[in-house]
Design a protein around this ligand. Structure first.
Ligand SMILES: Cc1cc2nc3c(=O)[nH]c(=O)nc-3n(C[C@H](O)[C@H](O)[C@H](O)COP(=O)(O)O)c2cc1C
Length: 372
C-alpha cells in the first residue's frame, strides 16, 4: 500500500451524509434495547423527509431475503427505494442489489426506469453476499468469496454497458449480452454505483469499476490504509473512486450520556444472536483468501452493530462527533453512512446539532492542513 499525502488528501467537497433505511425490522443493533425505529413505510416516509431537510444527501436501503439475527421482516429494497423517492424531493436513494438473485438485464431495466421517473435520484449498492443460509434458503448457488466479487464486477460492467451503449455485446463468465439495446436509457445524472465490502477483492473491484466504496466502521488509521490502497490501485487503472464509511452515531448533550446509551445497547445484546451472526459473517471477510474483509477483526461488542459501526466512534457530544467526522474525512472518507437507535428523532438531532459543526470545522480547516 502507498502512503503518500496525495493519495490521502481529503476531498475539497463537504463530506456527505447518508443514513441506513430501516427497511428491515429490528433496527441496526442486535440488542433488546428499546429502539424507537420502525421498518414500516409510514415511519420511513417521515424519516426520509426529515433526513432531506436535515442535510442528508443519501439514504441506503438494505437487501435481505431471509430473517437473520433480528431482521425478521425485510422489505425489498428497489421497490422500497422507489416509494421513498416518490415521497421526497431531493434525497438520493441507494437501492441494494445482490448479484445472483438479480441479473443485470432486470436490474438495468428497473433502475433505468426509476432513474427516468425520478430525475436521476436513484443509485445502487452492489453487495456480494455474506449470508450463506440466505442463499441456501432461496436456492442460489453459493460461490467462493473471490468468485462472488468476480461476478459482482461483471454485473457492474454489464450495467454500465447496458446503460451507456447501443448494441451492447458482452461475453463474461457469468453474463452474456448480444446486441442489446436498452430503451429508455438512464437520463443524467447517471445512477451512481456503490459497492459494500472491505476485502482485497472488494478493494480491487472498487478500483476498477465502482463509483463508491462502502466499508464497515473503523478508526481513521484503518480507513486511511484502505483509502491509500484503493486510490493507488484506482489511479493505476485510470479510475477514481469515492469512499463511504459506516458509523453508528450516538449524539447526546454529554459524553457520559452517549456512553451510557452504548453500554445499554451492549448490556442488552442478544448473545446467542450476536454469536450466530459472528459465525455467519465468517463466510464474508474472514473467508477472503487474505482474511482482511469486513468483520475479520470484529469483537463481540463490534458485532452488536451489523457493520462495525461503533468502531468509528461517533459517540459523544456533537462537538466530539464533528471532530471525529473531520478525522475520518482527513483519512479519505467522502461520505459518512449513519445508523441510529431512534432514527427519526436522531436524524433530526444530528442535522440540527452535528452537521453545522462539521461545516464550521470544514470551513476553518485549510485543505493543506487537513491532509497532514
Ligand atoms: C455499507 C454496507 C452495506 C451493505 N449492505 C448489504 C446488504 O444490504 N445486503 C447484504 O447482503 N450485504 C450487504 N453488505 C455486505 C457486503 O456486500 C459484503 O458481502 C460484506 O461486506 C463482506 O465483504 P468483504 O468480504 O469484501 O468484506 C453491505 C456492506 C457494507 C459495507
Amino acid at each position: 500500500m502507498t502512503n503518500s499525502a496525495t493519495t490521502t488528501s481529503p476531498s475539497a467537497d463537504p463530506v456527505k451524509f447518508a443514513y441506513w433505511v430501516p427497511n428491515v425490522s429490528g433496527g441496526l443493533v442486535i440488542s433488546k434495547v428499546e429502539q424507537r425505529t420502525s421498518w414500516d413505510f409510514d415511519y420511513n416516509r417521515k424519516l426520509a423527509q426529515i433526513a432531506e431537510q436535515s442535510g442528508f444527501e443519501y439514504a441506503l436501503s438494505q437487501i435481505r431475503f431471509t430473517a437473520g439475527y433480528g431482521a425478521e421482516f425485510q422489505h425489498e429494497p428497489v421497490t422500497f427505494s422507489q416509494a421513498l423517492l416518490s415521497e421526497t424531493k431531493k434525497l438520493k436513494v441507494i437501492a441494494a442489489l445482490l448479484p445472483g438473485p438479480w441479473n443485470p438485464a432486470v436490474a438495468a431495466k428497473q433502475i433505468a426506469t426509476i432513474n427516468n421517473l425520478y430525475g436521476g435520484r436513484i443509485a445502487i449498492n452492489v453487495v456480494s453476499g455474506w449470508f450463506r443460509g440466505e442463499f441456501a434458503a432461496i436456492g442460489e448457488p453459493w460461490l467462493d468469496h473471490d468468485e462472488r466479487y468476480r461476478r459482482s464486477e461483471e454485473f457492474i460492467r454489464a450495467l454500465r454497458g447496458i446503460w451507456s451503449e447501443d448494441n451492447f455485446t458482452f461475453r463474461g463468465d457469468f453474463y452474456r449480452f448480444n446486441n442489446y439495446n436498452l430503451k429508455p436509457k438512464p437520463i443524467d445524472p447517471q445512477p451512481e454505483i456503490f459497492q459494500g465490502g472491505s476485502s482485497r477483492a472488494a478493494r480491487d473491484m472498487a478500483s476498477r469499476v465502482s463509483d463508491w466504496y462502502f466499508t464497515n466502521g473503523n478508526t481513521p488509521e484503518e480507513i486511511r490504509k484502505q483509502v491509500d490502497d484503493i486510490r493507488a490501485k484506482a489511479a493505476a487503472n485510470g479510475h477514481s473512486v469515492k469512499v463511504g464509511v459506516n458509523a453508528f452515531a450516538i449524539a447526546r448533550e454529554t459524553e457520559s450520556e452517549a456512553r451510557s446509551v452504548l453500554a445499554k445497547i451492549i448490556e442488552q445484546a442478544d448473545p446467542d444472536a450476536v454469536k450466530a451472526f459472528g459465525h455467519e459473517v465468517k463466510n464474508a471477510g474472514k473467508a477472503a483468501p487474505e482474511g482482511e474483509g469486513n468483520w475479520a477483526k470484529s469483537t463481540f461488542e463490534d458485532l452488536v452493530q451489523y457493520n462495525d459501526g461503533f468502531r468509528s466512534n461517533l459517540i459523544g457530544t456533537p462537538q466530539q462527533i464533528a471532530e471525529r467526522i473531520i478525522a475520518l474525512k482527513t483519512a479519505g472518507a467522502d461520505l459518512i453512512l449513519l445508523g441510529f437507535l431512534h432514527f427519526q428523532e436522531e436524524v433530526e438531532y444530528f442535522g440540527r446539532h452535528v452537521i453545522p459543526l462539521v461545516r464550521e470545522l470544514e470551513a476553518a480547516q485549510p485543505l493543506a492542513d487537513a491532509a497532514e
